[in-house]
Design a protein. Structure first.
Length: 129
């Protein structure tokens, strides 16, 4: 099948979709690995939230980085767009899983840092193009 006619291939050529997909895959893999790590070891779950937040932000950075590398320009814009999409998807997942854990201040702070880190990833992605 010709790649120009296949909508899935055309969609993955979009830098924002590509970066958001990479960030989501990284985030989900980190969640699985953290779950296994904490289940199989005797480490306290007190470290779960900071490590989870760190992995979440690294995923946003990685997504912005890959999006700007794919686009070849406008790293700040593509990184911020990836951060916004990544943030919205994770907030929607959190609303489905645990709606009581969301507070207005936590949502605003998490959104700010996600967009900031993803935009920084976009800028760094341009430096390594």
């Amino acid at each position: 099948m010709d790649s120009n006619k296949n909508p899935i291939i055309r969609l993955t050529e979009n830098p924002v979709v590509y970066g958001t997909g990479a960030a989501l895959i990284f985030g989900i893999l980190c969640i699985i690995l953290l779950s296994l790590f904490f289940y199989l070891t005797t480490i306290s779950e007190l470290y779960l939230k900071p490590i989870g937040t760190f992995c979440y932000l690294i995923g946003g950075f990685w997504g912005g980085f890959l999006a700007s590398k794919r686009a070849g320009g406008k790293g700040l814009v593509y990184g911020a767009e990836v951060g916004l999409c990544y943030y919205i998807i994770f907030i929607l997942m959190l609303l489905l899983i645990s709606p009581n854990s969301l507070t207005a201040s936590a949502v605003i702070i998490k959104g700010f840092f996600t967009i900031l880190v993803s935009a920084a990833g976009g800028v760094c992605g341009l430096a390594y193009t």
